[in-house]
Design a protein around this ligand. Structure first.
Ligand code: SF4
Ligand code: SF4
Length: 135
């Protein structure tokens, strides 16, 4: 009971928002790293998926929201299938993008992509760079 109270008291507003939007329990993660070990996009990320969730636990809002990782994540769900605690990291990544999008912050503007590049980029990469699940 004491532990629960102290966890509630130390929760940051940012962490609460991520939990509200994702429906996931951020403290369920115990940093085993299996999500990062299996992530197919990790070589392009600046912060690994397991580090992202740790930073959210610590309330490091700026570092998380400014990271490339949340946009590079391809929402492939590999991490979800590997997590021994049932944490849906894809939903957490989506909630982080949502927090940025609600402030009108986008990682890639479609209008800024030159036509010649648009015709060559694989469609899935284009979708991943923009919205994924986000409306
Ligand atoms: S959903 Fe995102 S973080 Fe998870 S394995 Fe796929 S690319 Fe990596
Ligand atoms: S696999 Fe699950 S418990 Fe392990 S670090 Fe990733 S999110 Fe946390």
């Amino acid at each position: 009971m004491r532990t629960e109270i102290s966890i509630k008291n130390t929760k940051s507003k940012f962490l609460g928002k991520v939990e509200e939007l994702s429906g996931e329990s951020i403290y369920a993660c115990y940093q085993c790293g299996k999500c990062s070990a299996g992530c197919p996009s990790i070589s392009e990320m600046d912060i690994s998926p397991s580090e992202i969730i740790r930073l959210v636990q610590l309330g490091e809002e700026k570092e998380v929201l400014n990271s490339k990782t949340i946009w590079i994540c391809a929402s492939c769900f590999t991490c979800v299938t590997r997590c021994p605690k049932g944490v849906d990291l894809a939903k957490i990544m989506e909630s982080l993008r949502q927090i940025n999008l609600r402030k009108n912050v986008d990682y890639v503007s479609p209008l800024s992509i030159p036509k010649e590049i648009l015709s060559q980029v694989p469609q899935i990469a284009l979708v991943s760079s923009l919205r994924k699940f986000s409306a």
